[in-house]
Structures are given as C-alpha cells and as structure tokens.
Design a protein around this ligand. Sequence first.
Ligand SMILES: *Cc1c(COP(=O)(O)O)cnc(C)c1O
Length: 419
Amino acid sequence: MPDKVLAIHGGTPVAEEPLPEIYGGASEIGEEEIAAVTAALRTKKLFRFLDPEHSRCAELERLFGEMTGCPHALAVGGGTAALISGLVGIGISDGDEVIVPGYTYIASASAVLICGAVPVIAEIDDSLTIDPADVEKKITQRTRAIMPVHMRGYPCNMDAIMDIARRHNLLVIEDVAQACGGSYKGKRLGSIGNVGCFSLQHYKIITAGEGGMMVTHTREVYERAAIRHDSAMCFWKPGESNVRPFPGENFRLNEMEGALGCVQYGRLESILSRGRAICNRLRTELADVPGIQLHQSNDPAGDCGICFAFFVESSDRTQPFAAALRAEGIPAGCLYDKGIPDRHVYPYWEYVMEKASWDRHGRPWTSPLHDPERRYTPDMCPKTLDILGRTVMLTISQALEKRHVDWIIQAIRKVAENL
Ligand SMILES: *Cc1c(COP(=O)(O)O)cnc(C)c1O
C-alpha cells in the first residue's frame, strides 16, 4: 500500500533514488564526439570553405536537408543566427510586423528586431504553442510573417497556421530550436513553412556546442540567407547565386562544431524514440487523474518526447503541486512564476516591453514605417499567462528506466489525490 502522506508533509518519498540527470544530446557526448572533433582538429582546416569536399559543416547541412526533405540547408553559428538568416532570406525588413507567440525564448523576438521588423505578440493555446485564432486577430496591414515556435518539442497547429498564411498572403518562419526531429502530421518540423530554423546550442535536443541550421525549399531564400551569414559569401561560392550580394556578417559554423553536430545527429532518433515511449506511457497511465488535465498536443506522434506537461485547476495550486512532486523526488517545475524572470515568457522580454534599442535614434521602433502606437504591456496576453500559470512541467530524460517512470506515475497520482 503506497504511503498516502506526502513527502512534503513528512511522508516517504516515492522515488527511492534520484532520477538520472541525462537530458538530450549533450549528456550523451562520448568517445565518438571526441574522435570526430579530434579528427577535425587534426586536419588543421577549421574553416568550412577551405576543403568543401570534406567539410563536416557541409555534411551536417546534407543531413538536415535529408531529414526535412528541404533541398537547401545552411549551417550557422546559432539558433538566433538561423532565425536572422531565415528572416532576411524571406525578405523581412523595416516596417514589417512578425507575429510571435508570447511563450518562446526571447531570441525569437530579438531576431525580428535585428532585422528591422517588430514582433507582434500572440496568445498561446493549451497546446503551449501559438494560438491560430489569436494570430488571425493580430494581423494588420504591416504583417508580413508568422513565426510559429514548436516549444518544448510540441508541434504547432501548422494546418491552421498555413491556412491563415495563405488567406492573408503571409510568410511562415518556423522556430524549431526546441523541437529538432519533431513532426506534424508526418512532415518534419521546419519543412512546412517557408523556412525552418534550428538551434544546436548546448541545451537543445542535439548540440554542436553552439550552432544552428536553416532549411528551406526555396533557392532564393537560401541564397539571401547565405549572403547574410557571411560577408564574403560570393568569394567562397563564386557565381552560384542569382541574388545580388548585400552586406552580411559572420554566422559561419566551424569544422569542429560541424563534426560534433554530425555525430550528435546520429543520436537524434534514439533520443526521440526513448523520450516518446516514456511520454506515451505517462499520457496513457495518467489520463484519468482527478484535478489535473494533461497537455493536448497538436500531434502526439510528432512530439519530441522531451517534456511532460499538465494543467492544474487554478494558478495558486501550481507551485505547491510542483514543490510536492519535487519532495517526492520527481523534478518538476512551473512555467510562469511572477517572482522569477524567465526569458521564455513575454512580460520578461524587457527590451521588447520597453521598446529599447542599440540605435541612438531608437530604431527599429521609431522607424516611420512602423506603427507609432504599438505598445507592449505585461498583461497584453492574459490567456497565455493563465495557461502558463497553471502548467506543471517535467523535463523528460531519455535515460529514464521503467522504475523511474513508475515513480513519476505514482508521485503525480499521490500528489493529485492528497495535496
Ligand atoms: C534556444 C532558442 C533560440 C536561440 O538559439 P541559440 O542557438 O541560443 O541562438 C531561439 N528560439 C528558441 C525557441 C530557443 O529555444
């Protein structure tokens, strides 16, 4: 008979030992990665365009192209760089508005501003991704693009978003930083919109240390992005582009990162399939727990299996629920805590809220092409804050074994029934 007294009230914790702290590709770095990076170093050719035939960066591009079915892939130095390249690729600039969700990493909004456009913040729905109904409400004459963000490995409602984009003649840039390898109705995330942008930063599903990837079906989008990613692109691939060169910067990936990324790519399907099996079991066995509502995915089969989320009835129950789970030995967190400035939640995007800028004239905010009346307030997306405020989330380790998952199930039931 399991102990009914919650560990937080002095009972015996459900978990008999700490759960493994193994999350994503970074935790699995091993001899293969060490060998691949060492081999890259031994070539003494770290610049990706020095020996194009043997470039590991080029190989990583080929792998992402193959995964997504996109004929064009561009390796870059980070997810933010991928977003900037992608936005420039599809032609976003001064005067444009890009609709972003109120729940995403601040870099999504920052990339829009760097391109001279401004982010317009839309609500999320209980898929924890952008709410298509609110996207439609946020469209103005200046709207050029929608940026669905597949947060925490959860696919956005891409059918609804692509339908809105078609009807309003908008472009779609997918932020896949947190959902590498995920899919929506059988299509890989990143391949559905006009452009898809991945991150290979340390905390993502697979990593190159730092790094990112942009994929697209459109040659011109790729060419514009490639020009932006390297100020001398026309020298490395002379004559290849039909696009007239314009100023770029340096978003290049190097060969050590490329080599690391290729080995990590080889781990992707295994990480996803282990996480998905765990999440499927949690979903099935916790479907009937009173007082909590499980997160509903837009495509459970396409989820990355890196998180398990559920909602409690009121926001004053969220923190106690998560704390009680932690006391049972189950690492659980909340998505919105008024005391903790989390850069994934729009009220904590200070430079957006305050319309701050690097530019002494205040651009892009002050550009005459932008709406001078646009305001940002912490309460502008109340539905988003309500949903996040009621979410309890467990980050799922791909290394959980059956007994660990048993404990998670027992602990969630125990807390739901006894708190
Ligand atoms: C991590 C992340 C980014 C930025 O990626 P970097 O590689 O850190 O530049 C962008 N969007 C989302 C949703 C992210 O999680």
